[in-house]
Design a protein around this ligand. Structure first.
Ligand SMILES: C[S@@+](CC[C@H](N)C(=O)[O-])C[C@H]1O[C@@H](n2cnc3c(N)ncnc32)[C@H](O)[C@@H]1O
Length: 254
C-alpha cells in the first residue's frame, strides 16, 4: 500500500486530535489509544463518486458539476500556455513542486483560488533540503489531487499504484473513499501538534489551531495516536509513514 493511501486513511480517522498540546481548548479531546481495526471515531465524510465526462478531449472525471465548472476555469488558463518543455523537464528530473506552483498559479489567475494560496509556497524561504523534502512529500503529483472541491483524473502517468488504489475504492462504490488534499498534504507531523484537520460534511477540510500560533511558527498536525510512548510512536511513524520523527517531543525523549 502506498504511503499516500496509508496517510490519507490515517488522516481521515482523526477528526479530532488525540494528544493536544493546549488543554484549554474547547475541542473534544481524547487521550485514549485508538484501535485502528475498530475506529471509535466517526468516519470521514463519504467521497462523492466521480461523474464521467469528457473535458477538452481528455478523459477526466469529476465528483460534481461544481468541481467540473471550477476546474474548467483554471484548466483553460493553463492550456493557454505551452507547458510541454516545463512539464518534460519536471518529469525527467522527477520534480513535482514546480508543477504544484504552476497549478496554483493558474488557479489564482483564473480566480479559482485566492492569491493568498500562493503564500504557502514562499520559495525564497526554503532551503535546498526543504525543497527536497517537499519533493518527497508531494507524492500526490499533478496527476490526481483534490484541491477544495476539485478532483481530477487523467491517464498515462507514473504513479499507477496510487491511482489504482483510489480508483479501486471508487469503483467499489465504498461508502468511504480516499481523497488527496493538496495543501493539507504539506503539513508535517508533530507528536505535540499545534493544529489539526477538521473534516466537514461535504468532504471539505479545514485546519483548526489548537492554541495561539506565533507568526512564522510552523503549523504541524498529528498523523498518529500520539498517546503512545516514544518508542511506539517512532516505530509507528517509521514503519507506517517511512520517516524518523524529529519533533521536539521526540527529540527531547518525551
Ligand atoms: C505529508 S508530508 C508532509 C509535508 C512534507 N514535509 C512536504 O514538504 O511536502 C510527510 C513527509 O514529511 C516529512 N515529515 C513530516 N513530519 C515529520 C516529522 N515529524 N519528522 C520528520 N519528517 C517529517 C516526512 O518526510 C514525511 O514523509
Amino acid at each position: 500500500m502506498s504511503r499516500l493511501v496509508r496517510y490519507s486513511r490515517y488522516l481521515s480517522r482523526f477528526k479530532t486530535p488525540i494528544f493536544p498540546r493546549c488543554q484549554h481548548s474547547t475541542l473534544p479531546f481524547s487521550t485514549t489509544t485508538v484501535d485502528y481495526n475498530k475506529p471509535s471515531r466517526p468516519d470521514p465524510p463519504p467521497i462523492r463518486k466521480l461523474i464521467s465526462t469528457e473535458f477538452h478531449g481528455k478523459g477526466v472525471a469529476f465528483c460534481s458539476q461544481e468541481c467540473k465548472d471550477n476546474a474548467k476555469v483554471f484548466y483553460e488558463v493553463e492550456t493557454k500556455a505551452d507547458w510541454l518543455a516545463f512539464d518534460d523537464y519536471c518529469r525527467n528530473k522527477g520534480l513535482k513542486y514546480p508543477l504544484l506552483v504552476k497549478r496554483l498559479a493558474c488557479m489564482v489567475i483564473s480566480g479559482a483560488a485566492s492569491a493568498e494560496s500562493l503564500d504557502i509556497l514562499q520559495p525564497s524561504n526554503l532551503s535546498h533540503e526543504m525543497v527536497l523534502e517537499m519533493e518527497e512529500g508531494l507524492w500526490f503529483a499533478e496527476e490526481r489531487f483534490c484541491y477544495g472541491k476539485y478532483f481530477r483524473r487523467t491517464d498515462g502517468f507514473p504513479h499507477q499504484e496510487m491511482v489504482q488504489q483510489s480508483s479501486a475504492c471508487i469503483e467499489a462504490e465504498a461508502a468511504v473513499g480516499n481523497a488527496v488534499y493538496m495543501l493539507p498534504s504539506l503539513y508535517n507531523h508533530d507528536c505535540d501538534p499545534n493544529a489539526h484537520i477538521v473534516w466537514i460534511d461535504n468532504a471539505d477540510a479545514q485546519l483548526k489551531a489548537l492554541c495561539d500560533v506565533e507568526e512564522d511558527e510552523e503549523l504541524r498536525i498529528c498523523y498518529i495516536d500520539v498517546s503512545m510512548d516514544h518508542d511506539a510512536r517512532q516505530s509507528f511513524l517509521l514503519q507506517g509513514f517511512g520517516f524518523k520523527c524529529n519533533c521536539l517531543r521526540c527529540s527531547s525523549g518525551d
